[in-house]
Design a protein around this ligand. Structure first.
Ligand code: SAM
Length: 306
């Protein structure tokens, strides 16, 4: 008699004392690149997943949640976004999400790791959906900080879609006041930055709080928000920052109206007016943790997560 199926498992530690696991249907690609260890698996519950240095970046089945919540609030807070930049963004789904807005004429993605991007192009068409071939897309492979230091370009939207700052990882110095100052200076006056900012689960709020506190050193408006990303197994934090635009002044009706006027609302699976209100209205323990956090991340005193 056949026993229960014997699965191979991918196990991810979310903290030193916690983790979650996904049964693997097949391994699609593994590669040690110049910058990180990359794996692409097909999982039983979430379809294809991209894993960098042991951390899930996104999954085929719920990436729409992650990428819509990361990108749409920024674009919908801007009156007419034309030029956008993605910092990181490997899979190409962040660019895809930006290109939904017909007002966008130029979307630059700067991802340090050309090998990861090539593997994503090849194996994850469900995520990029051809965004790399769109004539509005430009892709550069270099350190995004070095790029921002030398460019004079200005953007209406900058989306920071980076992995966490792991020890010796490529994103260590992209969470500091100095880096956020570069972003602020490269935004237009109405320009908006959005970023992923780590988990928002109980007892693990230090990183989210420190990034929020650090951004407040640089931007007059800092609006933290969150959503639940199933394949990460935890609620996840995001932050929108700007020189004046505050998404918290937008009503649910404003958001629904803007979406309908800019795109087919049925093309989105997560973001709408109700999701906007839900995401930007944080529960008490979270606002308390943000208010209490005094850690400012600088080049001299960077924050590394384990
Ligand atoms: N969805 C993600 C998550 O869960 O954190 C992040 C998406 S994306 C795969 C992260 C990308 O950032 C990777 O492809 C990586 O190569 C890129 N990256 C890391 N450090 C970078 C740097 N210094 N400059 C530009 N891109 C960088």
């Amino acid at each position: 008699m056949a026993g229960p199926p014997q699965y191979k498992w991918f196990f991810e530690t979310t903290t030193p004392v916690e983790g979650h696991m996904h049964a693997i249907a097949r391994t699609i690609a593994t590669r040690q690149t110049k910058f990180q260890f990359m794996e692409i698996f097909e999982t039983h519950s979430y379809g294809k997943v991209l894993v960098l240095d042991g951390r899930i970046q996104s999954s085929e089945h719920d990436e729409f949640i992650y990428h819509e919540i990361l990108v749409q609030p920024g674009l919908l807070a801007h009156p007419k976004p034309v030029r956008a930049m993605v910092i990181g963004g490997g899979e190409g789904a962040t660019v895809r999400e930006i290109l939904r807005h017909p007002s966008i004429t130029d979307c630059l993605m700067v991802d340090i790791d050309g090998e990861v991007v090539e593997e994503c192009k090849k194996h994850l068409p469900e995520m990029h959906k051809g965004a790399f071939e769109d004539p509005r897309t430009r892709v550069l492979h270099e350190d995004a900080r070095a790029y921002l230091e030398k460019t004079r370009e200005r953007f209406d939207l900058i989306v920071v879609d980076l992995p966490e700052p792991l020890e010796e990882g490529p994103a260590c110095l992209l969470f500091t006041t100095e880096f956020y100052g570069l972003i602020r200076d490269r935004l237009t006056d109405d320009g908006v930055m959005t970023m992923q900012a780590g988990m928002t689960k109980i007892n693990e709020l230090f990183f989210f709080g420190a990034v929020n506190r650090t951004l407040r050193e640089v931007f007059p408006v800092v609006a933290p928000y969150q959503g639940f990303i199933s394949c990460f197994g935890t609620p996840w934090g995001f932050i929108l920052a700007s020189k004046g635009t505050d998404p918290r002044a937008q009503t649910a009706a404003d958001i629904d109206r803007l979406i309908s006027s800019r795109m087919n609302p049925d093309s989105l699976g997560y973001w709408n007016g109700a999701a906007h209100l839900h995401s930007f209205n944080l529960p008490k323990f979270l606002t308390q943790a943000l208010d209490k956090n005094t850690r400012i991340i600088t080049d001299k005193h960077p924050l590394i997560v384990s």
